[in-house]
Design a protein around this ligand. Structure first.
Ligand code: SAM
Length: 279
């Protein structure tokens, strides 16, 4: 492992293809005294594949607080501790945040050992021009809450990245298509790094039809990426000119505030446009 024994190593593991793991991750897991993992049986598929025999202990969303206390005790006893989740990077729509906070609060270091994450994997191949993205994770399962959340994300001047499960993929794509601008691009990244990997790019409005065309398209694990919203059309030429001039000299917030005072245009519209111009 590394030269620091009394630290929690947060180790990313594959999201499908068992070969997608770093040399440092394998070395860290092999030389640890304890590997905390979401599901010990699931973890053993991966650990056994790489000939790693380290003892495992469960740390999942239902026991994270108590399990974190035990990790801290293990660190106090001088043991080397690693943390993995079922797939990808711990703490990314997965348990891990509470353990990291507890370990740090107890005075020990938390050391990330980076590797795959489905969101970054999807973005790396999405081919979108947007410089920024917002990771939204899983949308709420209930329709009303889900739609509110999509509405709240609508104006964010960045690509949006969602995780979704197969049993909700239809309703989620339908809601995204109904509530966001139809000309935005949808990237459906399915079964990444696995046998039936598929990355399909289409106008958002066509998402529901694309999905309905073949039942196989509804199977597996999904990352959805929606490109950033089209440029704001609400600004008149004068507001746009003033905002650009101010942005050349001032930070976004100040430029939007001053432009609102000068032109009488709504501050939020100017702020959103300023973020787009900066991006
Ligand atoms: N910690 C993981 C990460 O770093 O990506 C995410 C764990 S979250 C519980 C599981 C979700 O991630 C799945 O429902 C799916 O949305 C996404 N995901 C994980 N593996 C994937 C894959 N191979 N292809 C597409 N999406 C995947």
């Amino acid at each position: 492992m590394s030269e620091i024994p009394n630290a929690l190593y947060v180790v990313a593991t594959p999201i499908g293809n068992l070969g997608d793991v770093t040399l440092r991750a394998l070395e860290t897991l092999r030389s640890a005294d304890l590997v905390a993992c979401e599901d010990t049986r699931h973890a053993h598929t991966f650990l056994d594949h790489h000939g790693i025999r380290t003892q495992t202990v469960p740390l999942h969303e239902h026991n994270e607080a108590a399990a974190s206390v035990r990790l801290v005790e293990a660190l106090r006893a001088g043991r080397r501790v690693a943390l993995i989740s079922d797939a990808g990077t711990p703490g990314i729509s997965d348990p891990g945040a509470r353990a990291c906070a507890a370990v740090r609060a107890a005075g020990f270091r938390v050391i990330p050992v980076p590797g795959p994450s489905a969101a970054i994997t999807a973005l790396s191949a999405a081919g979108l021009p947007d410089a920024r993205f917002l990771f939204a994770g899983f949308l709420p399962p209930k329709p009303t809450a889900r739609r509110h959340e999509i509405e709240a994300l609508k104006g964010v001047p960045a690509a949006l990245v969602f995780y979704e499960a197969p049993h909700r993929i239809e309703e989620t794509i339908a809601d995204l298509a109904a509530l966001l601008e139809p000309e935005r691009t949808l990237v459906v990244a399915r079964e990444l790094t696995k046998l039936f990997e598929q990355i399909a790019v289409m106008p958002l409005a066509e998402g529901p039809v694309w999905l309905a065309a073949d039942d196989n398209r509804k199977r597996g694990e999904f990352v959805l990426v929606v490109s950033a919203p089209p440029p704001h059309e609400g600004l008149d030429a004068e507001a746009e000119r003033v905002l650009k001039a101010l942005l050349a000299e001032l930070p976004v917030k100040q430029a939007a505030k001053l432009a609102a005072e000068i032109t009488g245009t709504a501050k939020n519209a100017l702020y959103q446009r300023a973020l787009q111009l900066k991006a």
